[in-house]
Design a protein around this ligand. Structure first.
Ligand code: FNR
Length: 355
């Protein structure tokens, strides 16, 4: 992969052998506290490991001689045409891995045709991120100050975002032991991309730790865009979110960074899919590293799949081009996996393939 330097454009396009090798290369250029913040998880890392082991344990039995050509990966999600079902999960403080932060990631995602979910606690403003031009959603931790929540929602709509993603699973931060070892806390200066002098308090630290379903329903009723709650694991919560007005949901264990001991997102997915019974799309994140993992999630009922940590490795090693390379590789792997399994389109990737 060559001698990469953090924040410098890669001299040559990233040559990705595996996401594990890419992570090792990124680890070599990132400050140890930053690497551990990205790679780390809550508590003993049980849910983070389970996110992987559950996907690894699932198998797909490929079908032979189906005669399918290069698969059609396109889909329509909340009325928006997308080239493929691989999204970028919202992740804060991307300025820690690249001087251009979320702007570089969003450019890489746009080049890869991937929907980019911009984070609220961001190094760059949602308006700057929008200049990347690709399909985009905006994630937020609903602030205690509801005026700020609605202001952020209005700004996102004005900047061409097409959905709002309130995160439900992080009312407070979990114990992250690797961060404790480094004494790592998010550098406030890097978290201010979306703050405004008129806001009652900084976005980082202003989250409503007492958020209720009634508060979420209040927000959904006033939001200028479809709302896609993120961090649902229980079937009852999936039903509740849908009844409160969710346009879609994201089944997620926050990459194992919040409630350690939760099931893998891949384990929770089928129950949530069953609970909403096709009335809204169900997305998943937490664990996928390869196109095959994406295919397994699609087979288990996900409409699309968001990628988390691998994006950082591409960003740290190659900026926008690195993010594009990571997403492009996962999408290409998905196409190869589908073709080898005899699936010509996303509609062919059904639960029947899963054992
Ligand atoms: C996150 N995630 C996250 N989620 C969110 O809703 N708002 C945020 O600001 C962040 N920030 C964040 C930072 C870092 C460094 C990571 C790794 C993750 C969680 C993210 O959206 C997603 O749920 C997980 O990363 C998915 O799991 P994988 O793909 O990393 O296993």
């Amino acid at each position: 992969m060559g001698a990469a330097v953090l924040g410098q454009p890669a001299a040559a396009p990233l040559r990705i052998t595996s996401m594990e090798a890419l992570e090792a290369a990124a680890r070599a250029v990132l400050p140890p506290a930053t690497y551990d913040w990205i790679a780390g998880a809550a508590g003993a890392g049980l849910t983070q490991r389970r996110n992987r082991t559950a996907l690894d344990a699932a198998t797909i039995t490929p079908r032979m001689l189906t005669g399918v050509g290069p698969p059609d990966l396109s889909l329509t999600l909340l009325g928006q045409a997308l080239a493929h079902p691989v999204l970028v999960a919202p992740m804060g403080l991307q300025g820690l891995a690249h001087p251009e932060g979320e702007v570089a990631s969003a450019r890489g995602a746009a080049a890869a045709g991937a929907l980019f979910c911009a984070p609220m606690v961001a190094s760059r403003s949602l308006e700057e991120v929008a200049t990347a031009g690709g399909p985009r959603w905006f994630q937020l931790y609903l602030p205690r100050d509801r005026g700020m929540a609605l202001d952020l929602a209005t700004r996102a709509a004005a900047a061409g975002y097409t959905a709002l993603v309130p995160t439900l699973d992080a009312p407070i931060a979990a114990f992250r032991e690797r961060d404790l070892a480094h004494g790592f806390t998010p550098p406030p200066a890097l978290a201010r991309g979306n703050d405004r002098p008129s806001y009652a308090h900084p976005l980082l630290g202003g989250t409503d730790a007492g958020l209720s379903w009634a508060d979420l329903a209040w927000f959904m009723a006033r939001a200028p865009l479809p709302v896609v709650p993120k961090g649902v694991l229980a079937a009852a919560d999936a039903r509740r979110a849908m009844e409160a007005g969710a346009a879609a949901l994201i089944v997620s264990s926050h990459g194992g960074r919040q409630f350690d001991g939760a099931p893998a997102a891949f384990e929770a997915l089928p129950r949530c899919v069953a609970a909403v019974a096709g009335r809204v799309p169900v997305l998943m994140d937490s664990g996928p590293r390869r196109g095959l993992d994406v295919m397994k999630a699609l087979a288990a009922g996900a409409t699309a799949v968001a990628i988390g940590r691998p994006m950082w490795w591409g960003l740290a090693l190659g900026g926008a081009e690195g993010v594009q390379a990571v997403l492009g590789r996962i999408v290409e792997e998905l196409g190869v996996a589908m073709r080898l399994a005899g699936c010509g389109s996303l509609g062919d990737v059904t639960a029947e393939l899963l054992n």
